[in-house]
Design a protein around this ligand. Structure first.
Ligand code: SF4
Ligand code: SF4
Length: 396
């Protein structure tokens, strides 16, 4: 049995109970290991112990052992965290791979004891009523008609709420790439994957969302589900199985599909000469949460662009600031964290920041404001710089 199997469907508090005494409060989680550079966005923003992982774990321990009593004043330090996972990279203690589990456990207990934050409760209600956290009119399968997609297919494109209702250029670029590469895919009547609820301790409605999405995916006959959202990718491929769902499909991030399509020649790069300098932002839920660092870079290496890495990259990447419910409840922290990332990107001299998550793209663009740097998604860049396979009649 894997270590995480014992945590399937765990009761709130199980992670805290298991790791109660393992944090030695050394503070290593606060800074980039051996570099002593900032690493934790919430700790940097608020500048107080309980806003770092070390303080949150201490708080969890105090609450679990009844040395601290529940009170509204605890909520900010519990929820003003982007769940970016940088602390898990820096910590070297045995519980290092479970710090996010502990923080999310703490959130579930907080919701049970004092209720969800108003901003989080608001989007939970929207998810329940509109099936997305944005209170947008639900797309059923209109996209299927619009793009003339089949009823059943080998692949499902799970669009994700941010692409579907806010960053629609990412949805449209992804559809365009899949179509021109001749991928057999369809779009199902998807509901929010549940990520915003799981990350904010509001787990109760997630089962219903998961069952709806599972039924929709099953009825498509697909063997593979592609998503361009890092949050959906983590939830569909990791959280659903931890919640006990058995679905005989493979979940992949769209970057993997793009890489393979270019390698196979189904997508052809339109030019080999370009003076476009870009820098790649690792989304936390794709990188640190799922270990996907190189695939988006492999896509970029096949495109006619120069990639200049930011100093903080891969597992040491600075968070965009939006995750874990921070964008809705702690906008100031989300923007100041995003501004720090934009600054790091501008120091490379790149003209564009390319990310692989609609939520990162959105927050980084909000943070960049009028700064002279564009923020785009990998799907947009791939769509712009590729064409489909040459028709056989045109082959030499
Ligand atoms: S979480 Fe890890 S790095 Fe942070 S104080 Fe505890 S043991 Fe040290
Ligand atoms: S998940 Fe990120 S924001 Fe939260 S405590 Fe860890 S490093 Fe800080």
């Amino acid at each position: 049995m894997k270590e995480t199997d014992s945590m399937v469907n765990s009761e709130p508090g199980a992670h805290i109970e298991e790791w109660l005494h393992s944090c030695i409060r050394c503070g290593t989680c606060k800074y980039q290991f051996l570099e002593y550079e900032a690493s934790c966005p919430s700790g940097e923003h608020f500048g107080f112990e309980t806003y770092f992982a070390s303080g949150r774990i201490w708080l969890a321990r105090g609450l679990q052992t009844n040395q601290i009593q529940w009170d509204d004043s605890l909520l900010q330090s519990i929820f003003a965290c982007t769940t970016c996972g940088a602390c898990e990279v820096q910590c070297h203690a045995p519980h290092r791979g479970h710090i996010i589990d502990i923080i999310e456990d703490l959130r579930r207990i907080a919701v049970e004891n004092v209720g969800a934050l108003e901003a989080h409760e608001k989007f939970r209600n929207y998810v329940e009523e509109y099936h997305n956290p944005y209170k947008a009119e639900h797309h059923s399968r209109e996209l299927v008609q619009e793009h003339n997609l089949p009823e059943t297919a080998e692949n499902v494109l799970f669009v994700g709420c941010t692409s579907n209702y806010r960053e629609t250029q990412i949805r449209d670029a992804t559809i365009s790439v899949l179509k021109k590469a001749g991928v057999d895919f369809t779009i199902v009547d998807e509901f929010c994957c549940g990520s915003p609820l799981l990350r904010t301790g509001q787990n109760k409605s997630v089962n219903e969302l998961m069952q709806h999405n599972a039924d929709a995916i099953r009825s498509s006959g697909a063997k593979q589900v592609i998503t361009s959202c890092a949050g959906c990718f983590r939830t569909l491929s990791k959280d659903y199985s931890e919640l006990g769902l058995k679905l005989d499909v493979e979940f992949i991030h769209s970057s993997e599909m793009f890489r393979d399509l270019i390698r196979a020649g189904n997508l052809r790069v339109i030019s080999s000469a370009s003076d476009l300098n870009i820098t790649y932002h690792d989304p936390c839920h794709l990188g640190r949460h799922m270990g996907v660092y190189e695939i988006p870079r492999e896509v970029l290496s096949q495109l006619p662009v120069s990639v200049i890495e930011m100093k903080k990259n891969r597992d040491n990447a600075w968070c965009c600031g939006a995750g874990g419910g921070a964008k809705s409840a702690y906008e100031e922290m989300a923007i100041s964290t995003g501004k720090a990332r934009v600054q790091q990107a501008m120091e490379t001299g790149a003209q564009k920041i390319v990310s692989a998550c609609p939520f990162c793209t959105r927050n980084l663009r909000d943070a960049a404001g009028s700064d002279e740097i564009d923020v785009i998604d990998l799907a947009e860049l791939v769509d712009e710089l590729t064409v489909g396979r040459k028709p056989l009649s045109q082959s030499p």
